[in-house]
Design a binder for this molecule. Structure first.
Ligand SMILES: [Ca+2]
Ligand SMILES: [Ca+2]
Length: 278
C-alpha cells in the first residue's frame, strides 16, 4: 500500500480508494464479504466490475460488510452520482498502462494514478517516451513472454515495436522446457544432455534468420551456449539489418519447423526476445 503522490487517495493493489464516499448507482452484484480486500478481489474476478462500494459498518450478526460491485466508475458518471457517505467507502479499479511493460531497454514505468497515464524513466543513454531512442538491447515482446511448442507448428510469434538497425538478437528463457523425444528430458532450448540447441528464429515466412548460415533444419551448436543456458545470444551479423515496426519473427523448435520426428516431442518453453539496436 502506498500513498498517491498528488492526492489524498490511497492505492491498494490496483484500486484507488475514496473513503467516506459512494458511487450511487445500481450494483451488478451485492454480497456480504468479510473485508474490503475480499470485496476488491470479488470485483477483480467478476466480469465487467470496475468499482465497488464497501459498507463501513458490518452486519452485526455476521461481522461482514456489504459489498456492491459496480460496472461503472465515478469518472464515467455524473458528478452527483458520486457523493460523500457515512455508510460506504468507494474503490475504483485502475488498469495500469505499466502492466504491459511499455518502457523499453530497461526503462522503469511510473504510473500517474490521477491521469491513468505513465512516464518512462530510461536507463543512461536511452531516451524517448518509451526509451526507444538510443542503442542497445530492446525487448521485442512487450506483452508478456512468448511461448513455443515442439510439434504441429506451435511456433512463438513476436512483433517488432521499434523501427531501427539491428545487429543481432537474443532469447532469454523464462519458463517451461522442451523435449525432442519420449526418452529425452526437457531443456530450455532442447535436450539437456546435449550441447546441441534446437531452437531457432525465423521470419514470418519461416526463413531461418538466426543462427546465421543455417540451412538444414537440424540441431546446431552455438559457441558458449548449450540447451540449458539461461539465454542464447547469437553472434553479430556482418552488417546491421533494417528492422521495421510491425515486422514479425517466429521462434521455432527445429523438428517442428522441419516437420520431422515431431510427434514424439513434448513441452513448451516461454522466452523473452531482444534485438540489439545500433
Ligand atoms: Ca511442424
Ligand atoms: Ca522427435
Amino acid at each position: 500500500m502506498f500513498t498517491d503522490a498528488n492526492a489524498d487517495k490511497i492505492v491498494f493493489l490496483n484500486f484507488v480508494s475514496y473513503f467516506d464516499s459512494v458511487l450511487n448507482v445500481s450494483a451488478i452484484v451485492s454480497k456480504f464479504t468479510s473485508s474490503t480486500e475480499d470485496c476488491q478481489f470479488l470485483c477483480m474476478t467478476t466480469l465487467n466490475c470496475l468499482s465497488v462500494n464497501v459498507a463501513i459498518g458490518s452486519d452485526l450478526s455476521e461481522g461482514r460488510h456489504l459489498c456492491q460491485l459496480l460496472n461503472t466508475t465515478k469518472n464515467s458518471k455524473r458528478d452527483d452520482d458520486f457523493k460523500p457517505s457515512d455508510t460506504f467507502h468507494h474503490f475504483t479499479t485502475i488498469v495500469s498502462p505499466c502492466f504491459s511493460q511499455p518502457c523499453q531497454r530497461g526503462g522503469t514505468c511510473h504510473q500517474d494514478y490521477g491521469m491513468e497515464t505513465f512516464t518512462c524513466q530510461c536507463v543512461h543513454g536511452r531516451e524517448g517516451k518509451l526509451c526507444e531512442i538510443g542503442t542497445g538491447w530492446s525487448k521485442v515482446n512487450i506483452n508478456g513472454s512468448v511461448c513455443f511448442g515442439v510439434r504441429d507448428d506451435s511456433y512463438g510469434n513476436v512483433t517488432v515495436q521499434v523501427t531501427g538497425k539491428v545487429i543481432t538478437a537474443k532469447l532469454v528463457h523464462v519458463s517451461g522446457s522442451v523435449a525432442n523425444s519420449r526418452a529425452a528430458d526437457g531443456g530450455n532450448w532442447g535436450n539437456p544432455r546435449s550441447r546441441q540447441i534446437r531452437t531457432v528464429i525465423t521470419s514470418d515466412a519461416n526463413e531461418v534468420l538466426l543462427p546465421h548460415n543455417y540451412t538444414a533444419y537440424e540441431p546446431y551448436t552455438l559457441e558458449g551456449y548449450a540447451s540449458m543456458s539461461p539465454e542464447l545470444v547469437f553472434p553479430n551479423a556482418s552488417e546491421p539489418a533494417s528492422v521495421p515496426r510491425g515486422m514479425g519473427f517466429r521462434i521455432w523448435f527445429v523438428e517442428d519447423l522441419g516437420n520431422y520426428s515431431e510427434q514424439d516431442n513434448s513441452g513448451e518453453s516461454c522466452v523473452d526476445m531482444f534485438l540489439f539496436y545500433v
